[in-house]
Design a protein around this ligand. Structure first.
Ligand code: G6P
Length: 285
């Protein structure tokens, strides 16, 4: 490990399991927790919100090699299965390894963390801005001599009052691949509802809004550098099959993922780079 950078007063280093460091943020604009494992934003709550914005599973596993269930897993440098090698882990290596913390700063608007991770010829730098708004920017650079396909996702778990009562706006008219059952292409008509397992890859490069009338709020998820939006809720049976999620945990979140899904992979030329960003804020409903 590199020497640890000096931390501002609003950031404290803790260990939630032996050898598993987490940065705890207490700032006038927000509270948050960020694990060095996966550069994973586990929690974020701006002072204006009276309920956490991100969902974190109470059964999440804090162990090197296991992705944290909840928060914002960084799926990198690919999304879902590896494009050609089925022995590689789903959603890449970034979410199951410790990252280096390169810098931590604070100003009156919030806290800024920079972390990095290397995989083969690719380097990832992530900038995390934690304030009244949360912004996660993932910069990838190809340092090798060959073009490399890049996909991935900022796989955001958003806390909700009850999944079956929320809707997602902003995807009306978009083509999507429905990956539940036989993979089928469809066009979204109106709002997205959750009344069954939902696992869809939308062709969409703009924002989506999570409307949660029970919590009297709308969570706005904006993004850049992302040609796909993935919407996921495992529903009842899949939640039971996931060991790190309570059986009824499916009700407590929906995922809106700023993604570059496999078939929209970007080919990074030698020396080339790409930035994938998601920005999250809460508005009154
Ligand atoms: O269980 P994980 O490997 O974390 O994946 C969780 C989910 O990620 C994405 O949303 C995919 O679209 C889903 O198919 C997958 O089930």
């Amino acid at each position: 490990m590199e020497p640890f950078p000096e931390l501002p007063q609003s950031v404290r280093l803790t260990e939630i399991a032996p050898g598993y460091p987490v940065l705890e943020v207490r700032h006038p604009r927000c509270t948050a927790r960020v694990a060095l494992h996966g550069a994973h934003v586990m929690e974020w709550q701006p002072v204006s919100a009276d309920f956490p914005v991100l969902y974190l599973s109470p059964d999440a596993i804090y162990q090197e090699g296991k992705a944290i269930r909840g928060g914002i897993p960084i799926c990198w440098p690919w999304f879902n299965a590896h494009p050609s090698d089925p022995s590689q882990p789903s959603h890449g290596h970034a979410r199951t390894h410790f990252w280096e913390l390169d810098a931590a700063d604070a100003d009156p608007l919030g806290v800024h963390l920079c972390l990095s991770f290397q995989h083969g010829d690719l380097t990832a730098f992530v900038d995390i801005l934690l304030g009244e708004t949360l912004a996660v920017s993932l910069h990838t650079t190809n340092h090798g001599n060959h073009p490399v396909p890049l996909s991935g996702a900022l796989h955001t778990y958003l806390a909700v009052a009850a999944a079956e009562k929320v809707q997602i706006d902003g995807l009306d008219g978009d083509l999507y691949l429905d990956t539940v059952g036989p993979r089928t292409e469809r066009i979204q008509e109106g709002l997205v509802f959750f009344d069954r397992e939902v696992d869809r890859i939308y062709e969409n490069d703009s924002s989506a809004l999570l409307v949660d009338a029970d919590l009297e709020r709308v969570v706005v998820v904006e993004k850049e550098g992302s040609p796909s939006t993935v919407i996921w809720n495992p529903w009842i049976d899949k939640a039971r099959a996931l060991g790190d999620l309570p059986d009824d945990g499916w009700r407590d979140f929906v995922c809106i993922e700023a993604a570059i899904a496999n078939d929209r992979a970007i080919i990074l030329a030698p020396g080339g780079s790409h930035t994938l960003t998601t920005t999250i804020r809460v508005e009154d409903h």
